[in-house]
Design a protein around this ligand. Structure first.
Ligand code: SF4
Ligand code: SF4
Length: 543
C-alpha cells in the first residue's frame, strides 16, 4: 500500500509547498477543486432517506451546483436562526481578535500551506458573511470591516474548506478566547445541508444508521453471525468458548461500540478483546442489534442528526431494562456522549449511576450520562488486580499511543489508556510532547473525511501525526501505533504506511486480550491476529 500511495502521491510533490502568504487578498482567490482534496457529494438517495432538501446528481467541479433558486435567502435565514439558537456561534463570530495563535496549529495547514486551512481563516469564510449581513460595521464599511457578500463562489469555498476540517478542536486548545473552530465548521456544514450540499462518506453512514441502527447497514442476523465468527476464532486461539449475549433483557449492562469494531480489521481484534475480557470477568451484559452503533456521523452533519441517531442508545437501554451503559473504543462517539447525550435525549432517569459489578467502583463522572468508557472500566479492573495479565505476550510490540482527538480533548481521557497499555505491554514509548494529550494531532480523516477520493488531503492532514510516529520509529524501533477510536484504526493505516512505513495500527483491547490469562485456557501460540506470539528469530532460538 505504501508504494502504491507513494506512486500516486510522490512525497517530493506532496512536500512542495511553503508557508509564505499569497500576494493577493484571500477574498480575491477563488477556490480550486483539486482532485484528491475534496469529497464526493451526498447521493440523492441518502438525502431522500433522511428527508433532507434538494436531492440531485451533481459534482463540486460543475459550474452549476443546481442550488434552489432562493439559495441565498435560505442560507441567511439559516444563519439568523442559528445565531439566535447557539450562543457559542454568535460569540465565536464576534470575539476573534485575529491574533493568529491558532494559525499554525491545524494539521491541514501544516501539511498544505494553504492559508484557508488556518483555523482563523477557515472561520473567516463564514464570519465575513456574518459581518456583511448581520453587523452594522460590516453593512457600513463592507470589505474594510472584513465583510463580503454571500455569492455562489463563497458557498463553493465553504464546501471545500469545511470538508477539509476534521472538527478535531486542536486549534481551540491554543485560542486565548476559547474559540472552537470545529463548532464553526459544524455550522458551516449545517448551512450547506440546507442547500443539499453534503458529502456522501458522512451522509451514507447516517442514512444506514437511520435504517438499520449502524453506519454500515449491517442487519441483525449478520451482526450475530459476525460475533459468532469472532467467538470461533477466540476458541481456536484460547480453547475457550465465550458467550454472546445479544438483546438479553434484564442484563445489568448494555454494551455499545462502533460498527467499525466488528466490521473491519484491525478493529475486529479489539472486538474479540472485549468478548474475551467480558467472559473472563463474568460480566452480566448484552449487545443490542438495534443500538448496534456507538459512532454518530450525525456529529458531522447537523445537531438535529446527532440527536436522531443518538436516541436509539437510551431507547434500547430502556427496552432491555439494563442498569447502565458501557461504551467501546471510539472517538467521536464520546464527544456526543459527553457533550450532548443527556441533554439531547435524556435525562436517563430510568438508569442507575454506574457501578462496576467487579470492583464496586462508582463512576461518578458518568452520573448524568450513565455511560462509562471502556478504558475507565478496564483501568479500574487492573488497578484492583482483577485481571491476570502476562505483558510479555506483547513483547514483540514496541508501542506508541495516539490520543484520539475526542477522548483526549472532549473528555480528558489521557491517563487511563496509558495505564492500561503499560499494564499489558513491556515496551511503550511516547511521541513528542507537542503531539500528544490535549495537543494531539488528528489522523487527518475524522469528521466524515475518511474516504479515498480525498486521499491527498488526508495524507497532508496526517503529516504531523505521521512525522511524530516516524520519530519514535527511528528512535526506539516502534512498530505499533495504539489508539482507542474506530475511525483512527482505519485512517491511521494509510497515514503510517505513507509517513512511517512498517508501523501497524492496533486497538488497546486487542493488546489487553493478548495479555489476558483466561481461566482454563490452552497454551497460546498466536496472538489475536493469528500471528506467532514471539518474533520468528526469538522463536527459532527457543527451539
Ligand atoms: S487564536 Fe482565537 S482569537 Fe486568535 S485568531 Fe485564532 S480564533 Fe481568533
Ligand atoms: S478543528 Fe482541527 S481541523 Fe478544524 S480548523 Fe481546528 S485544528 Fe484544523
Amino acid at each position: 500500500m505504501s508504494s502504491e500511495l507513494e506512486k500516486e502521491f510522490p512525497k517530493k510533490k506532496i512536500l512542495e509547498f511553503d508557508y509564505n502568504p499569497p500576494k493577493k487578498n484571500w477574498m480575491d482567490i477563488p477556490v480550486e477543486f483539486k482532485p484528491g482534496n475534496y469529497c464526493y457529494p451526498a447521493a440523492p438517495k441518502n438525502l431522500k432517506i433522511l428527508d433532507l432538501p434538494n436531492p440531485r446528481e451533481w459534482s463540486p467541479t460543475d459550474e452549476d451546483w443546481k442550488l434552489p433558486e432562493n439559495w441565498k435567502e435560505i442560507i441567511l435565514k439559516g444563519m439568523e436562526e442559528r445565531l439566535k439558537k447557539f450562543r457559542s456561534f454568535k460569540l465565536f463570530m464576534d470575539i476573534c481578535v485575529r491574533c493568529g495563535a491558532c494559525a499554525d496549529k491545524c494539521q491541514f495547514f501544516i501539511g498544505s500551506g494553504d492559508p484557508k486551512n488556518m483555523p482563523v481563516l477557515r472561520a473567516e469564510l463564514l464570519r465575513s458573511v456574518y459581518r456583511n449581513d448581520f453587523t452594522t460595521a460590516g453593512k457600513v464599511l463592507g470589505r474594510l470591516a472584513g465583510a463580503r457578500e454571500l455569492t455562489i463562489d463563497v458557498i463553493k469555498e465553504w464546501f471545500y474548506y469545511f470538508y477539509q476540517c476534521t472538527e478535531c478542536r486542536r486549534c481551540s486548545v491554543f485560542c486565548p478566547y476559547g474559540i472552537d473552530t470545529a463548532e464553526i465548521t459544524m455550522m458551516g456544514r449545517e448551512l450547506l445541508y440546507e442547500l443539499g450540499c453534503g458529502i456522501n462518506w458522512a451522509l451514507e453512514p447516517v442514512a444506514n444508521c437511520y435504517r438499520t441502527g449502524n453506519h454500515l447497514g449491517i442487519q441483525p442476523h449478520t451482526f450475530k453471525d459476525t460475533l459468532e465468527f469472532f467467538a470461533d476464532d477466540i476458541e481456536e486461539i484460547t480453547g475457550i468458548k465465550v458467550e454472546l449475549p445479544i438483546n438479553k433483557k434484564g442484563a445489568e449492562i448494555l454494551f455499545v461500540t462502533p460498527s467499525g469494531d466488528y466490521f473491519a480489521d484491525p478493529g475486529t481484534y479489539t472486538c474479540m478483546g472485549y468478548l474475551m475480557l467480558f467472559h473472563e470477568i463474568g460480566l452480566d451484559y448484552t449487545w443490542s442489534t438495534y443500538a448496534s452503533e456507538g459512532g454518530n456521523f450525525g456529529l458531522f452533519t447537523s445537531h438535529e442528526m446527532i440527536k436522531r441517531l443518538n436516541a436509539k442508545i437510551y431507547a434500547e437501554a430502556k427496552r432491555l431494562g439494563v442498569k447502565w451503559i458501557l461504551g467501546g473504543e471510539c472517538g467521536h462517539m464520546w464527544r456526543v456522549m459527553h457533550q450532548y447525550m443527556d441533554t439531547m435525549n435524556g435525562p436517563p432517569d430510568f438508569l442507575e449511576e454506574p457501578v462496576s459489578p467487579i470492583t464496586g467502583t462508582k463512576f461518578e463522572n458518568a452520573k448524568s450520562t450513565k455511560m462509562v468508557h471502556i478504558m475507565e472500566f478496564t483501568a479500574d479492573l487492573i488497578k484492583h488486580n482483577k485481571l491476570k495479565l502476562d505483558p510479555s505476550r506483547n513483547d514483540k510490540l514496541k508501542v506508541t499511543f495516539h490520543d484520539s482527538c475526542n477522548p483526549a480533548r472532549a473528555m480528558g481521557i489521557l491517563e487511563e489508556p496509558r495505564y492500561v497499555i503499560k499494564s499489558v505491554c513491556n515496551h511503550f514509548y511516547e511521541m513528542p510532547e507537542n503531539t500528544i494529550r490535549e495537543k494531539t494531532f488528528c489522523c487527518g480523516g475524522g469528521a466524515g473525511l475518511g474516504t479515498d477520493e480525498n486521499m491527498e488531503a488526508r495524507l497532508r492532514g496526517g503529516l504531523p501525526r505521521g512525522n511524530a510516529v516516524r520519530y519514535v520509529q527511528e528512535k526506539y524501533g516502534v512498530n505499533r501505533l495504539a489508539c482507542m477510536c474506530a475511525i483512527d484504526r482505519a485512517t491511521l493505516i494509510p497515514v503510517c504506511d505513507y509517513w512511517a512505513p512498517g508501523v501497524k495500527v492496533t486497538g488497546i483491547h486487542e493488546m489487553v486480550a493478548n495479555a489476558l490469562i483466561m481461566e482454563g485456557e490452552k497454551e497460546r501460540t498466536t496472538d489475536l491476529r493469528g500471528e506467532p506470539l514471539k518474533e520468528e528469530e526469538e522463536a527459532q532460538e527457543d527451539v
